[in-house]
Write a protein of this length. Structure first.
Length: 123
């Protein structure tokens, strides 16, 4: 999958995108964005793939394609994404972040004892 559009070439009108006015007025003043407009994306739990679809293709219509690519990336590189060393990069203190992240996923049951295998299954 390749990015086929440049952000400054996306037509808000032609792609039926809606400007996010809250974000528009909160833009950093040092950002040269006279031709760029923040747009609203789906807020249904798919905001990251929706944003990726708008960024890569200029439309929200390919959200499922982006979501599929994210899942493929996570699956093919699960060792990296479950690596505590990788997850702690840039953090000032070392924590078992995969365990913390697993507790926010829909398959986590409160009180569940989390070991490495269960964390992998949850993800």
């Amino acid at each position: 999958m390749t990015c086929r559009v440049k952000p400054d070439e996306i037509s808000v009108y032609e792609n039926k995108l809606e400007i996010d006015f809250d974000a528009f007025f909160d833009k950093p003043s040092d950002l040269d964005s006279s031709e760029l407009y923040p747009v609203e994306v789906n807020a249904d739990g798919n905001c990251l793939p929706s944003c990726g679809s708008v960024f890569a293709f200029g439309t929200r219509e390919r959200t499922e394609k982006i979501r599929t690519r994210i899942m493929k990336e996570l699956h093919e590189n699960e060792g990296t994404y479950l690596s505590n060393e990788f997850l702690n990069r840039g953090c000032s203190s070392q924590k078992y972040l995969a365990k913390h992240y697993a507790q926010y996923l829909e398959f986590f049951i409160p009180g569940m004892a989390l070991d490495q295998d269960i964390i992998k299954d949850i993800f």
